[in-house]
Design a protein around this ligand. Structure first.
Ligand code: FES
Length: 118
C-alpha cells in the first residue's frame, strides 16, 4: 500500500443513499426537487462550496448505508482529513431533515473550513 495525500484539505462528508427510501414525500415537498434526496443534498452542498471557493476543502460524497439509520431522516458522517484509517474516530456523525437542515449542514462544513484555516 502506498500513502497518498487527499486533494481535499479539511474533510469529507459521506451522505447515505439508502436513507431516502424512508423519507416521506411530504418531508421533501418544500425542496421542490426530483430525484434521490442524498444526491440532491450532495449537489446542493457541492454547489454552495464551489460558489464560496471552498470546493477543494471538503469532499462531499454519497455512500451506501452508514449503519446509522434513523427512519425518516438523512444520515451523514463528516470525516476530518488525517483521521481516515486511524483507530481514533474523529468522525462527527448526524442525521438530518433533508428539507429543513441543508443550511445547518452547510454552516457546519463552513465552520470546519474556518477551523482548518486558523
Ligand atoms: S439507511 Fe442510511 S444510514 Fe442506514
Amino acid at each position: 500500500m502506498k500513502s497518498v495525500k487527499t486533494p481535499w484539505t479539511t474533510g469529507a462528508l459521506l451522505i447515505c443513499t439508502n436513507c431516502g427510501k424512508d423519507i416521506s414525500p411530504e418531508t421533501l415537498k418544500p425542496l421542490r426537487e426530483n430525484g434521490e434526496p442524498s444526491e440532491n443534498l450532495k449537489k446542493y452542498l457541492k454547489s454552495a462550496l464551489k460558489k464560496s471557493g471552498h470546493d477543494k476543502d471538503i469532499r462531499v460524497m454519497t455512500s451506501s448505508c452508514l449503519d446509522m439509520c434513523d427512519a425518516g431522516r438523512q444520515s451523514g458522517s463528516y470525516i476530518p482529513v488525517g483521521h481516515l484509517g486511524k483507530t481514533e474516530n474523529g468522525n462527527e456523525d448526524f442525521t438530518l431533515n433533508p428539507a429543513e437542515d441543508r443550511e445547518v449542514v452547510l454552516r457546519f462544513l463552513n465552520s470546519k473550513i474556518i477551523e482548518n484555516h486558523k
